[in-house]
Design a protein around this ligand. Structure first.
Ligand code: PBG
Length: 435
């Protein structure tokens, strides 16, 4: 016998043998259906109900759930709530209450709630419990810090839109890298500000270029720190585009040669990982070929596989002095609207020989990090770009957001989405906080 310990409103007697087929009008029937969370049943659904299993609810102790019975005739809603008890919690089944009457077209709404048996707040009661059940953990080893290297000596110029980040001459950069290494951060990624720029981006693949010299200097003073290089031309071309400009657009295949030469010069200088960010088609293959042909088959390629034409690179272009002098980068970087195309970009880069892939920016593209994590069994990096950093820092400086918490929450969300590696301007403060 079922008992109803319902809320306000008329109580409906529950039949002793629930589960029988549709009975006369006015009777209440009990059916067992699949556990589905939430469902609305109308008359027509009855035909679909086949098996009815009956519980003797009275002998029970377990609280299965709450059933809300709604009758919706004459604009009149008769809502009643019953707490149904069954002798065992038999998932995946639930109890359906059916009500009908001479003037009532029956509508039954079923809600099965694990409450109050299940209370998720139990595991949130204190930090020890929260720590025990925490699913995502950050550690300094997953961070790569972007650094900007400029000519001169003793130069350490703060980037206005990116507080705490600097353009540094090589001597300062080396000091910075020693500190970065001591914090347990895995690596740095280098961006160069050359003395001069030209149409052919010669500074990008010059063995004595600013980045190449920086690599040698860092290499000499650090041991474990990974030196990653950004392989691109935009910092080295007079027009600020990422390659050779022909007829007003970047010429793909000529640019591949520059990229291959740059990556090779980075490897020769001692880079541990090369990371092409230009978004030319075929660049991973071109770089792999050049490295292998010169004995650098052990140097991995971290491809900026899904890099979007994003407004969030704004502060970086100030930092790297690499804003395009005309037009924009939409003929080579991806349209922010395209997620499926991002998966194709990743797939192609892997086929060309990428060892790791990157999604950039990070927070506006968490869905794609998550999709990529499910589809590709390779290490996935995400770049929390300059604009993401600047937004948070601007809010922090206005007193609108807490620095540490926004930093950690943003990095946690990127990790939770599926990125194991994060390129972030927060690497140092985050590593300190996590220490
Ligand atoms: C070079 C490059 C850019 C960034 C990384 N590599 C700029 C761009 O594509 O315009 C942006 C990084 C950031 O915003 O932090 N192509």
């Amino acid at each position: 016998m079922l008992s109803s310990t319902g809320s306000a409103g008329a109580r409906v007697a529950l039949p002793a043998t629930p589960g029988a087929a549709l009975s006369a009008a006015g009777e209440l029937l009990l059916f067992i259906l699949h556990w589905d969370g939430f469902k609305v049943f109308g008359l027509e659904d009855l035909a679909a109900i086949e098996t009815l299993q009956v519980f003797d609810a009275v002998s029970s102790g377990d609280h299965l759930g709450m059933v809300v019975v709604t009758s919706g005739l004459h604009n009149q809603r008769l809502d009643e709530t019953y707490f149904i008890q069954v002798h065992a919690l038999v998932k995946p089944q639930l109890v359906l209450l059916w009500t009908s009457g001479p003037f009532n077209l029956p509508r039954v709404t079923i809600r099965v709630m694990p409450f109050p048996t299940q209370r998720l707040r139990r595991l949130r009661a204190n930090e020890s419990l929260r720590g025990l059940v925490r699913e995502t953990h950050l550690h300094p080893g997953q961070f790569i810090l972007p650094l900007f290297v400029c000519p001169g000596e003793g130069v350490r110029r703060e980037i206005g839109s990116m507080p705490g980040n600097y353009q540094m001459s090589i001597d300062e950069l080396v000091k910075e890298c020693i500190e970065v290494e001591s914090l347990g951060i895995s690596g740095v990624i280098l961006f160069g500000l050359p003395e001069t720029k030209d149409e052919m981006a010669t500074g990008a693949y010059d063995d004595h270029g600013i980045v190449q010299r920086a690599i040698r200097a860092i290499r000499a003073e650090t041991s474990r720190l990974l030196i990653v290089t950004d392989v691109c031309n935009c910092e080295y071309t007079s027009h600020g585009h990422c390659g050779f400009v022909k007829d007003g657009d970047v010429d793909n295949d000529t640019t591949l040669q520059w990229l291959a030469k740059s990556a090779l010069s980075h490897a020769r200088a001692g880079a541990d990982i090369v990371a092409p960010s230009d978004m030319m088609d075929g660049r991973v293959w071109a770089i792999r070929q050049a490295l292998d042909a010169n004995g650098y088959e052990k140097i991995p390629i971290l491809s900026y596989a899904a890099k979007f034409a994003s407004v969030f690179y704004g502060p970086f272009r100030e930092a790297a002095e690499s804003a395009p002098q005309f037009g924009d980068r939409r003929s080579y970087q991806m349209d922010p609207a395209n997620g499926r195309e991002a998966m194709r970009e990743i797939e192609l880069d892997l086929q060309e020989g990428a060892d790791m892939i990157m999604i950039k920016p990070a927070m506006p593209y968490l869905d794609l990090i998550c999709q990529a994590r499910q589809r590709f069994d390779v290490p996935i990096a995400a770049y929390q770009v300059s604009g993401e950093y600047s937004m948070i820092m601007a809010a922090v400086q206005n007193g609108w957001l807490d620095h540490d918490r926004s930093m950690i929450e943003s990095l946690t969300s990127i990790t939770r989405a599926g990125a194991g590696i994060i390129l972030t301007y927060f690497a140092k403060p985050a590593a300190r906080l996590l220490a």
